[in-house]
Design a binder for this molecule. Structure first.
Ligand code: F6R
Length: 616
């Protein structure tokens, strides 16, 4: 939630305003209800901020126009948590003297008490945010005689919560300070020239590939082209290694597509081919741990949870053991009396920064001697620090708020682990395992073929359903995960109400909603549930439902019962059916994308959402 960008430079011929605007725009996926910038000149801070998306604000106030001699700027794009998305609540926030400015990603949990205390001491607040207490606390510490850095450290000792912070002081034009606790922060550097901070690497990637990834409880003092790191608990200096970013900024820009979401759907085959190259040794480590575990849980949020539902099904098939999938926000409540030592928890998170997932894992580790196996798309993300073993999916940066290619690479990774388990356990013949392996290897090609040939037919479905605002996505078995994920995409980017549900269970209540023309999307690979699903399709058809089905290429029975079919170009045997969450989901992602466009919405920026949810 929220994006932070900061820069300090000694270069004369660069356009600071333009760099800051472009940097913060690359973080807009993290929140986009208001934006603000502070710069510094002649011992004065200059703040510009407003509510709205960055482009809208830019039309009203030129965010790029800074005093000529400015060499430092901090910027923020907000996803409101405390206080409505108004100009006053936008960051940066200042202290009473107007000398200290703070931009913040995260939440200060005890801000109400602190704000009361500060107000009693005469501090004046201009916003309803939790963030605004921070510059005032620093102001007090500086008045007590501490230097800037120590004031920040002492002020933060009073704050409970999560933060990625960037702080500047009008009387300190040659440096600014950043601090990280549970909210991501990275530092980019052009040695001797310019230093950047950001909530995510793409913000500075066109300018430098050299970066430092900050850990929790670290503070950094940024100067032009140099940076020093400190442990905020001991105040000791920390030596950190520069990391070289290998991916290119093209990977994080639209590359000719109208939206990131569309680009990222089309990147799925490549992302999956890269993910297939994950080290076999690492997959085997995961496989062995799962094989020897008695209790296995898989936990995640949102799309990652639906990937987990699909993945647990595939792994259980080869492991011969039950895996319990628990939404991360419920893990503690559900396992508080039953978590056992030596349990294994698989944590799945695209960003590796989802606070509910991190908290679930931290809680489990604090209670019992559990092993944590993490699947994430972000190297060095917070979740990886609490994990015994980590697999990084190779989706590349995902900018569209709705997860697409990361879903596919997550399910694929879980499927790759499942195949390794099959090889270890030897309960299947080698020839059988080879057939599963071949089917899995073909999944990128199946998706590529689908995307190449089916855009018009998906647009046709969008037109046919243009008047519908409510939908069911129904399925049985493993495809319930596909139904839930496909439905979530339509909900997020096209603002339709959907229920993703078990087709069998839907007659125990949801069917009451069905009237003439009510759209029901059935996910129907010809697996062991197919015959029963035919019965469910008929139940809904008999009540006037409009039947849209996702079927394999040579499907006949459900096709005959359907008003519209979307055909996935793949064989319909058991080797392929088990991986259908991978091959069927892109069709539903495209359906959501084009429905969003049809209704004039921006699929990259769904209302009220943020790519990385760092609040409880
Ligand atoms: C949906 C979506 C979210 C995320 C969820 C978890 O399109 O993107 O539901 O899947 O917030 O995020 P990660 O995977 O980063 O933990």
């Amino acid at each position: 939630m929220c994006g932070i960008f900061g820069i300090i430079t000694n270069q004369k011929n660069i356009s600071l305003g333009k760099i800051v605007l472009e940097g913060i725009k690359r973080l807009e996926y993290r929140g986009y209800d208001s934006c603000g910038i502070v710069t510094l000149s002649d011992s004065k801070l200059y703040v510009k901020k407003d509510s709205g998306r960055i482009d809208e604000i830019q039309k009203k106030i030129d965010l790029t126009e800074f005093p000529n001699d400015s060499k430092l700027a901090l910027a923020h794009t907000r996803w409101a948590t405390h206080g409505a998305p108004t100009k006053n609540n936008s960051h940066p926030h200042l202290d009473c003297s107007g000398k200290i400015a703070v931009v913040h990603n995260g939440i200060i949990d005890n801000f109400i008490e602190l704000r009361k205390e500060l107000a009693q001491k005469g501090h004046i607040f201009k916003s309803e945010t939790d963030t605004e207490i921070i510059p005032h606390l620093i102001e007090i510490k500086m008045k007590e005689g501490l230097n800037f850095k120590d004031s920040v450290i002492e002020a933060l000792k009073l704050c409970k919560g999560a933060y990625g912070l960037a702080i500047c002081h009008a009387d300190h034009p040659d440096s600014f300070i950043v601090v990280r606790k549970e909210s991501p922060l990275v530092i980019g550097i052009e040695e001797g020239k310019t230093t950047y901070c950001a909530s995510d690497i793409p913000a500075f990637l066109p300018l430098t590939r050299k970066c430092y990834i900050m850990d929790d409880d670290e503070l950094a003092v940024l100067k032009a082209g140099e940076v020093e790191f400190f442990d905020i608990n001991t105040d000791k200096k920390i030596e950190k290694e520069i990391q070289l970013i290998e991916w290119n900024i093209d990977a994080a820009e639209k590359g000719g597509y109208e939206h990131f979401m569309l680009k990222e759907i089309y990147e799925e085959p490549t992302a999956m081919k890269r993910t297939m190259k994950i080290s076999k040794d690492l997959l085997r480590i995961f496989a062995k741990i799962l094989w020897s575990a008695e209790n296995i849980y898989i936990t995640a949020a949102g799309t990652s949870f639906y990937a987990s539902l699909a993945g647990k099904f595939i792994i259980s098939r080869f492991l011969g053991k039950y895996i319990q999938a628990i939404e991360c926000s419920e893990l503690q409540t559900q396992l508080s009396n039953s978590l056992k030592d030596e349990s294994v928890i698989i944590a799945v998170s695209q960003s590796g920064e989802t606070i509910d997932t991190i908290e679930a894992i931290r809680w489990a580790k604090s209670k019992k001697n559990v092993k944590v196996l993490t699947i994430t798309n972000v190297v060095g993300s917070s979740l990886t620090r609490y994990s015994d073993h980590v697999i990084v999916t190779q989706a590349g940066p995902e900018i569209g708020v709705a997860a697409t290619k990361t879903y596919n690479t997550q399910v694929l990774t879980l499927a790759l682990i499942a195949i390794e388990i099959a090889k270890l356990r030897k309960v299947e013949l080698d020839s059988e395992i080879k057939k599963y392996e071949k089917a899995l290897e073909e999944t990128p090609q199946i998706i590529e073929n689908f995307l190449k040939n089916n855009v018009d037919s998906i647009k046709g479905v969008v037109n046919a359903l243009e008047k519908s605002v409510n939908f069911f996505f129904l399925a049985r078995g493993i495809s319930i995960a596909t139904a839930k994920e496909g439905g979530l995409k339509l909900k997020e980017v096209a603002c339709r109400f959907i229920e993703g549900y078990s087709a069998a269970h839907a007659k125990h209540g949801p069917i009451a909603l069905v009237r003439e023309g009510f759209p029901i999307i059935f996910i129907a690979p010809p697996d062991e549930t197919y015959q029963r699903l035919i019965g469910n399709v008929m139940e809904f058809k008999a009540r006037g439902g409009k039947i849209i089905s996702l079927v394999v290429e040579n499907d006949k029975n459900i096709t005959e019962l359907s008003d519209i079919t979307i055909r996935i170009p793949q064989p319909g045997d058991k080797y392929y059916n088990i991986f259908s969450p991978i091959t069927f989901t892109p069709a539903l992602q495209l359906l959501a994308y084009y429905t969003s466009l049809h209704h004039g919405l921006d699929p990259d920026k769904p209302l009220n959402l943020s790519k990385t949810v760092t609040v409880h």
